[in-house]
Write a protein that binds this ligand. Structure first.
Ligand SMILES: [Zn+2]
Ligand SMILES: [Zn+2]
Length: 187
């Protein structure tokens, strides 16, 4: 994604509105590695510019996506996420409990449709989504039976474990989920 200044010029060059609210959204997205939802962008932007509306956030995110400055992402967290990292091809790791999303830089040169699968597609790319528990959720859920692989839900539509407000602070387990920390800001 371009810098806020470059985005301002780009928007003007494309005949799109540039307002203080929109520029605030540019700043919020800059270097954001959290893959925020529109609501998360709204919450951050509102701290800066109180008058911002969710509608403005949606419109600006749409404009940015149309211009190729961000991508919208559905990684199964129940809401569209937005990714300002459009310059480096990458995959994602997703926390199945809290919905945290981080970038993963890895090559999977062997991913392709099997020979002979005559689906009629010409495939240009493949994306890999890793799922697990982030370090916070591993710590917060020690001894919480709700996070067991099967849980108590029998409804197969329940794809995501709901937050059962586990408050245990036990730190018995150390983080084992492989979350690469080589993102742009090192988080
Ligand atoms: Zn988590
Ligand atoms: Zn990403």
């Amino acid at each position: 994604m371009k810098t806020p200044e470059e985005l301002t010029q780009l928007f003007r060059a494309n005949g799109r509105k540039v307002t203080a609210q929109r520029q605030c959204i540019f700043r919020v997205l800059q270097g954001d590695v959290t893959h925020p939802s529109a609501e998360a962008v709204f919450e951050s932007a509102r701290r800066d510019v109180e008058t911002i509306s969710l509608k403005t956030v949606y419109q600006t995110l749409n404009d940015l996506a149309e211009l190729g400055e961000i991508t919208s992402l559905d990684v199964g967290t129940g809401m569209t996420r937005f990714d300002p990292n459009v310059d480096d091809a990458h995959h994602h790791v997703v926390c199945r409990r809290c919905g945290k999303v981080r970038d993963v830089y890895a090559d999977f040169p062997d991913i392709r449709l099997p020979d002979g699968s005559d689906l009629g597609f010409e495939v240009g790319s493949a994306e890999v989504v890793f799922r697990g528990l982030c370090s916070e959720c591993q710590t917060a859920t020690v001894g919480d039976p709700a996070t067991g692989a099967s849980g108590s839900a029998t409804n197969s539509d329940t794809a995501f474990t709901t937050d059962t407000a586990a408050t245990t602070t036990a730190k018995a387990r150390t983080a084992t989920l492989a979350v690469p920390t080589n993102g742009p800001s090192g988080q």
